[in-house]
Write a protein that binds this ligand. Structure first.
Ligand SMILES: [Cu+2]
Length: 271
C-alpha cells in the first residue's frame, strides 16, 4: 500500500501529539504530586458545624512527630482561622468545609487547591519543607465580597514553632490589706511535654516558677500577691512563659474608699 508522504507526515504529527498529551497528564499526576480531592473527608451538616467534634474548634492541632491537622471553615467572606501557622518540615492534613455556599481553599504558589462545598469535608495532605508565607484565596465566585476572601499560611522555622497559649487571670482592683492571686494558665497544644519558667514581675520584683506542661494539656501557676506589701496605688504586672507575655495593672485601693479611686498615694508602681 502506498501512503502519500503528506499523509505520513500528518500521521506522525498526530502520534506525537497523542504521546505528548499522555506524557503531560502522567507528569501532572505523578511528578508534582497532584491528587484529586475525593469524598474521604466525609460529610458535615453545615447547620451543626458549631457542635461538630472537629469543626467546633478550627485551627492547628499537633498529631505527633511532624504531623499536624489544620481545620478550616470557609464562609462568605472569610476563613476561620484567617491565619494559619505550621512549622517547616511538617506534614499537614487540611480539613476544610463551608458554612454557606461553595468556596475554594487555594494556597497560592502550591498545589493546594480544592473546592469547598457545604456539607462536604475536603481533606488533603501536604508537606511543607521551606519556611515562607503563602496567601490563601477563594477561587470560586461566592458573592459580592468574594475578592476580599483571603487568609495567610505561614510556614515558620521548626525551632520557632509551638502551640503554647498563655492566659492570665488577675483582679483589676483589690482593697489594701487583702491578699490576692495572679493566676497564669499555660496550655500546651503539642503532644510533647513543655518545660518552661513562668515569671511574674510586679513593681520590679520578679518571681519564677518552673513547670512542666504535659502534652495536649495545661498547667496553672498561682502567685499570691500581698497587697499590704505593695501599698496603695497602681501596680503594673507582667507574666511571661515560653516567650509569651501578658500584662496589666493591679489597683490597690484603701479599704474605705471603693472603686475608681486607685491612684492613691502608694506611688505609681515604677517597675
Ligand atoms: Cu468564597
Amino acid at each position: 500500500m502506498n501512503i502519500h508522504t503528506y499523509e505520513k507526515a500528518w500521521l506522525v504529527a498526530a502520534m506525537v501529539l497523542i504521546v505528548g498529551f499522555i506524557a503531560t497528564i502522567t507528569y501532572g499526576a505523578v511528578g508534582p504530586g497532584i491528587a484529586m480531592i475525593d469524598d474521604d473527608g466525609g460529610t458535615v451538616d453545615p447547620d451543626e458545624i458549631n457542635d461538630h467534634e472537629r469543626f467546633s474548634d478550627p485551627g492547628v492541632d499537633h498529631v505527633g512527630g511532624n504531623e499536624y491537622e489544620v481545620t478550616v471553615i470557609a464562609q462568605a467572606w472569610l476563613y476561620t482561622p484567617e491565619e494559619i501557622e505550621v512549622p517547616a518540615g511538617s506534614e499537614v492534613t487540611f480539613y476544610v468545609t463551608s458554612r454557606d455556599v461553595t468556596h475554594s481553599f487555594s494556597v497560592v504558589g502550591t498545589n493546594v487547591n480544592t473546592m469547598v462545598i457545604p456539607g462536604q469535608v475536603s481533606e488533603m495532605t501536604v508537606q511543607f519543607d521551606e519556611p515562607g508565607e503563602y496567601g490563601v484565596l477563594c477561587n470560586e465566585y461566592c458573592g459580592e465580597g468574594h475578592h476580599t476572601m483571603e487568609g495567610l499560611l505561614t510556614v515558620v522555622p521548626e525551632d520557632e514553632f509551638d502551640l503554647t497559649e498563655l492566659s492570665v487571670d488577675a483582679p483589676r482592683e483589690v482593697e489594701a490589706g487583702n491578699e490576692t492571686t495572679i493566676t497564669a494558665n499555660v496550655s500546651n497544644g503539642m503532644q510533647d511535654d513543655l518545660e518552661t519558667t513562668v515569671t511574674l514581675e510586679i513593681d520590679g520584683e520578679t518571681r519564677e516558677e518552673e513547670i512542666t506542661v504535659p502534652g495536649d494539656g495545661s498547667e496553672e501557676v498561682a502567685f499570691a500577691v500581698d497587697t499590704a506589701a505593695l501599698g496603695e496605688g497602681e501596680h503594673d504586672w507582667t507574666v511571661t512563659a515560653d516567650g509569651y507575655e501578658e500584662s496589666g495593672t493591679l489597683s490597690v485601693v484603701s479599704a474605705t474608699d471603693g472603686d475608681e479611686n486607685g491612684a492613691g498615694d502608694g506611688g505609681d508602681g515604677d517597675a
